[in-house]
Design a protein around this ligand. Structure first.
Ligand code: NOJ
Length: 546
């Protein structure tokens, strides 16, 4: 297969599972691997090709598993290595690959490497982490942790600070140390040998950090490290690799996702996810600038054409629910969830569906003591101590808190949404009595079946993978409209982002096109789109009539 041949992941749709919130098989209130195995038929029914599993490695769970203390074991709360092997095999039987989450920028402070490293400067593991000399109380510099407070922590035994870009319990690994890189590549190969189908690489743009010059993302050595890792570990078994890169620009994405396979398959870029905020603080809310939103998504479509590969997503375990954020989680919940799915799945790239997105799950409003996320709780403490108005802080948490995405998966209308027979680690969204998988599976008009249809269209119509993207009516404040085009065919994707009727004038020729999918039935006056209406129309081009 040449470089230009289609890769399996280019026609694939990937489903993300946040294991602790997916399905609890043993009643301890926390989702687990056996729970996932029980739900594989449900996932298969949706039609996806792979599951990205947020971390299930051994971990003290300070950041819900993004703090790993053993990369080669499963945390007992999730199960055992044997359960993991069973999951890989059971998924494979259903033609589904398992993508593991690799957290390589940092480990847990309880990882044996760090336990050794902090014993003293002479310890052989000391140099596995990033240390700077200093005096207690005088930080090496102003670097801040993503979870509030300084990014440096003092260790008296060493008379030094260590770097932690996330919590104090997540010390940053020192990628400059070749031994660290070798250990990591060995570990990745061990998972590949076990049969995993790929990797999602947590905050991978940070590994080339240069803390002394305050350059954390996309440091000079980032791409050389990625090339080395790709060579050492990623070039077999048709793996898919997707990097989490908050700092990616289209130019860097050409490198990350170079079709020659020298680095990764694709990256998650977040430019469209940081528009409804002031500056780079996600908690400082701003209304979504809709035209800008279209321009950003379109820019990525255009810039990566022929040069790289996009990942397409509106949700994950760190982001609020898309129907609450970009649609309407009240009256038009169903229509707007389908509209958002249409907008995203019509684009070029690999779509990701986050658990519950296929049900139109929504954000929550809890009291502060009902939240569990370290980022959100730190933010609350910090802002209250700085004198912010509590209502204001809670408004930010309702809109952007990560626990919005982490409430238990809503399986049915029984107690705790059928997620657990015990006490769930995080409260359920009370709307589970209405929004749940059981209801979705019995209702032919459900969001679930709409996703199922979108996924099958991506498989049957190659224009979804190949067609070149073009934004229409850029300045239109209501409608997101674009085309996809190949030599033979053209698709029109039309999405009304408003909860009201809007007028929509179509170019000649589309009226007779074939409607591949739509979120409303029946005829309607020409030139009008109903609230959150969406459709995809296909037409053959001149000279290519069947
Ligand atoms: C990104 C992950 O998605 C997030 O959940 C985590 O807290 C940070 N990286 C740190 O690993």
């Amino acid at each position: 297969m040449g470089d230009s041949a289609k890769k399996w992941w280019q026609t694939a749709v990937i489903y993300q599972i946040y294991p602790r919130s997916f399905c609890d098989s043993n009643g301890d209130g926390i989702g687990d691997l056996q729970g996932i195995i029980q739900k594989l038929d449900y996932i298969q029914k949706l039609g996806v090709d792979a599951i990205w599993l947020s971390p299930v490695y051994r971990s003290p769970q300070d950041d819900n598993g993004y703090d790993i203390s053993d990369y080669q074991d499963i945390d007992p709360m999730f199960g055992t290595l044997a359960d993991m092997d069973e999951l890989i095999a059971e998924a494979a039987r259903r033609h589904i690959r398992i993508i593991m989450d690799l957290v390589l920028n940092h480990t847990s402070d309880e990882h044996p490497w760090f336990v050794e490293a902090k014993k003293g400067k002479d310890n052989p593991y000391h140099d596995y982490y990033v240390w700077r000399d200093g005096k207690e109380g005088e930080y090496p510099n102003e670097l801040k942790s993503a979870f509030c407070g300084p990014a440096w922590e003092w260790v008296p035994e060493c008379g030094q600070y260590y770097l932690h870009q996330f919590s104090v319990k997540q010390p940053d690994l020192n990628w400059e140390n070749p031994k660290v890189r070798e250990e990591i590549y060995r570990m990745i190969n061990w998972w590949v040998d076990r049969g995993v189908g790929g990797f999602r690489l947590d905050v991978i743009d940070l590994i080339g950090k240069e803390p002394d010059s305050m350059v954390m993302a996309e440091g000079k050595m980032l791409h050389p490290y990625l090339k080395e890792m790709s060579k050492a570990a990623f070039r077999r078994n048709n793996l898919v690799t997707v990097g989490e890169t908050w700092s990616a620009t289209p130019e860097s994405a050409w490198l990350y996702s170079n079709p020659d396979g020298s680095e990764l398959s694709m990256v998650f870029q977040f430019e469209h996810m940081v528009l409804d905020q002031k500056g780079n603080v996600k908690w400082d809310l701003e209304p979504l600038p809709f035209v800008k939103f279209k321009q950003v998504l379109s820019k990525w479509q255009k810039e990566l054409e022929g040069k790289g590969w996009n990942s397409l997503f509106l949700e994950n375990h760190d982001l609020p629910r898309s129907v609450s954020r970009f649609g309407d989680d009240g009256k038009y919940r169903v229509q707007s969830a389908k509209m958002l799915a249409t907008m995203l799945h019509g684009m070029k790239g690999t779509p990701y569906i986050y658990q519950g997105q296929e049900l139109g799950m929504t954000n929550v409003k809890f009291d502060i003591e009902d939240y569990r996320d370290i980022e959100l709780l730190n933010l609350y403490k910090e802002r209250i101590s700085q004198g912010y108005d509590e209502l204001d802080v809670m408004r930010s948490i309702y809109a952007k808190g990560r626990d919005n995405a982490r409430t238990p998966m809503q399986w049915d209308e029984s107690k705790n949404a059928g997620f657990t027979t015990g006490t769930p680690w995080l409260r359920c969204n009370p709307n589970y009595t209405i929004i749940n998988a059981k209801e979705a599976l019995t209702n032919r008009d459900s969001i679930f079946y709409y996703y199922q249809k979108l996924i099958s269209l991506r498989k049957s119509e190659s224009i979804f993978t190949e067609g070149v993207y073009e934004l229409l009516q850029e300045e239109n404040e209501n409608i997101f409209a674009y085309t996809r085009e190949t030599e033979k065919e053209k698709l029109l994707v039309l999405c009304n982002f408003r909860g009201k009727e809007v007028s929509c004038v179509l170019e000649q020729g589309w009226k007779d096109g074939e409607v591949l999918i739509a979120n409303y039935d029946g005829p309607y006056p020409e030139g009008v789109l109903r609230p959150y209406e969406a459709k995809i129309i296909k037409k053959k081009k001149e000279g290519f009539h069947a």
